[in-house]
Design a protein around this ligand. Sequence first.
Ligand code: G6P
Length: 468
Amino acid sequence: MERSPISRLVVISNRVAVPKARGAAGAQGGLAGALNAALKKHGGIWFGWSGQECDAFTGNINLQRHDGVTTATIDLGHQDIEEYYNGYANSTLWPLFHFRLDLTEYERETGKGYERVNERFADSVAPLVNGDDLVWVHDYHLLPLGSRLRERGLSNRMGFFLHTPWPPTRLFVSLPYHERLVRTMLEYDLIGFQTDEWLESFCHYCRKELGADIDEESGRIAYDGRVTYARAYPIGIDYEHLMDQAETGEARQAGQRLLSSTRRRKAMIGVDRLDYSKGLPERLDGIARYFDNHPERVRDVVFIQIAPPSREDVQSYQRIRATLEQKAGQINGARSEVDVVPIRYVNKGHSLAELCGFYRAAKIGLVTPLRDGMNLVAKEYVAAQDPEDPGVLILSRFAGAARQLTDAVLVNPHSPDDLAQAIDEALCMPLEERKRRWEAMIQTVRDDNVQRWTESFTSDLASVKQND
Ligand code: G6P
């Protein structure tokens, strides 16, 4: 593979996914496939939390090499995990960044834990960074990390990419110490967002609350004698890899399994981490409305929701799981016949190959988050379709992906009527229209792939003038 002129990469994220563990990039979060591809190309290391709990933090670093990628991980203690991961990252920042003030917890102790773990990350990774490495930090777990690395004397080019939305200023200011947090972010040289919308919200905050000087055209933000660039880089999927997976025997078998179990019923599919941002109860309400409007179609249509549990120690995730179980049970109880059940609700995770088989067998892909940075399941569903007989993507207007996949059937995920109507429209859509919409979408999915995403972020980072 041609080596790009950029230097080694040091990728830092909360979780580190080794190449072998890759699969279902969308369902597991967008980081895995994306970053392995970049690291293979440029060399370097991927640093993060091992996902393991230790008795007390030791600072020991576990270095491993898998399939051309070096990973370096640390274990965290119980209190660190509680306060940093379950607490501040997933009970404060995640709900706030998904516009859910009703679920956002503001606890001083978890804020301290978040700071402490960012310090631990900085202490552990700083000695692994060479002078001309590009440092690329990911996601809301590590907003202050760049600033912590600068305190340790690193003057490397440092970039940050936010995989989630950035909320409007009027919501973001509910966060205690919001100014301090954003000031630390301005120590990165380049900050990437998934869409223009999140980028504009961030710039609005910097201008209104910090009085930063912003050039919209170039994304240049001047503040306190430093310059940062902020731009939109919509993430894509690893298209080639997905196509390979879709051709495997595993994918074909999975598709066959689904088709033979549904017999002549048309399948609709949803694949999401079990997260309240994904709009799962709202989706079930839309499906219930569809069956209420067309009771006879219970025999013709089946909905399959794959929802692997996520962040199970966080209360709001325990609640959403209970809500979903109850709702799926109620809907099925009221609408099933002895030989047909309208909803299949599956908590198990699946390999990317199996998902490709399911996506292709399903006539409709339902991707209806209430808010989502991008959403890669939407792109995976499109990529896995049969070009001669493609299924229809029903996509929430509030997913970042809706900015690019404008030929999906776009819906308001909060409205059961809107969802029911979209399902009806999708099921009745003539082949010509399905093909026209799919051909428009597949171009974007193929061209704006993850290789292009990493290439454009890293080459911009390599070329930003530091402190110009
Ligand atoms: C989202 C986040 C990722 C995260 C993923 C899975 O996609 O943006 O940073 O890795 O969810 O969540 P988890 O908490 O299991 O890492």
